[in-house]
Design a protein around this ligand. Structure first.
Ligand SMILES: [Zn+2]
Length: 333
């Protein structure tokens, strides 16, 4: 008798626990759980997965994604994932190791950068020298490669959730149309930049694939491969180069504040613009422009204007979510 009472109490407690959880998050228990790394990738996955997935980024915006070491609490988030989507190409090694050590049965990892291009297409340059064997991992500032990422995401989601195939396909198509508009707007804007000024000197080395796509020359990146500061010799060379070429502006980002860039600008006569970003989305989570598309629009307006071109066509690109309905995306602050 006593055992029966206890059993009933236990069942009641369990039902109450399930009930309250269920009331707070009515659908989330049925959603596919996807964990991502940097925010541009989270945004691409959010757009393709739409209402059918819960997507959680684990690398905070404003953090240095190249050196970010997830806290131990992230292991639980990774253990709950049905799917882990990262850039790869050596960008998020500690996070990938943590996934490999903690993932649940049947969970799989997708490394977008490694699937989007072949090793022959890897670019090695200033901060990512070939001698280190690790290519420049910043594929997504090239929108055509970002679209490839979206296609890989669509396929991975469809494999896990075949009932969502048509839905994921429709979201991908809408995203493709946005990318087409963005790509055309970038081409139009770049054409207004005097050809001799299509030169990029940035602090963080994230524009290699973009530059190749749109006909820019990357003069250099100031940040050394080990994320320290450049040598006085390297700086002197860059100052001469920027001055001789008459480059009107050089670029940094808020994630990597650097007095070195101010000095190069001061001594070369260029303007220093510290507003380019590769993984720090504009605005706050929930804002329409807090997205991959919003990031690229902001970057292009900043870059093209500073180099003497007309960026007004970028206003035609819609940076909001491609699907109607409830998003379940978490961007860590
Ligand atoms: Zn980066």
């Amino acid at each position: 008798m006593k055992f029966q009472v206890m059993a009933i109490m236990l069942v009641t407690v369990l039902l109450l626990a399930c009930g309250s959880n269920h009331m707070e998050q009515p659908e989330e228990s049925r959603l596919l759980s996807v964990v991502t790394t940097v925010s541009p990738i989270t945004s691409i996955v959010e757009n393709v997965g739409g209402e059918r997935i819960l997507v959680r980024g684990i690398i905070p915006e404003g953090a240095n994604s190249h050196t970010f070491d997830p806290p131990p609490s992230t292991a639980r988030v990774l253990a709950d994932a049905d799917l882990f989507i990262a850039n790869g190409l050596y960008l998020e090694e500690p996070a990938i190791e943590m996934f490999n050590a903690n993932h649940g049965d049947g969970a799989r990892a997708v490394l977008l950068g490694e699937l989007a291009i072949a090793p022959e297409e890897w670019q090695f340059d200033f901060s990512f020298p070939e001698a280190n064997g690790q290519p420049n991992p910043h594929l997504w500032p090239d929108p055509i490669l970002a679209l490839k990422y979206a296609g890989i995401v669509r396929n991975a989601l469809t494999t896990l959730d075949p009932e969502g195939a048509i839905y994921y396909g429709a979201n991908y198509e809408e995203f493709r149309l946005r990318i087409d508009t963005l790509d055309a707007a970038i081409k139009t804007a770049v054409a207004t930049v005097p050809e001799v000024q299509r030169q990029l000197l940035t602090y963080h080395d994230s524009w290699a694939y973009f530059a190749k796509r749109y006909g820019f020359e990357v003069l250099g990146a100031v940040q050394p491969a080990d994320f320290t500061e450049p040598s006085p010799r390297d700086m002197a060379d860059l100052i001469v180069q920027v001055r001789d070429l008459g480059v009107p502006a050089i670029f940094g980002s808020e994630v990597f504040p650097s007095s070195v860039m101010e000095q190069i600008a001061f001594e070369s006569g260029a303007v220093f613009i510290d507003q380019l970003a590769d993984d720090d989305l504009p605005g706050d989570p929930g804002d329409a422009g807090h997205s991959y598309l919003g990031l690229m629009i902001k970057n292009m307006v900043t870059m093209v204007r500073a180099l003497g071109g007309d960026a007004s066509g970028l206003g035609a690109v819609d940076s909001s979510l491609v699907f109607d309905g409830q998003s379940h995306a978490e961007y860590p602050g």
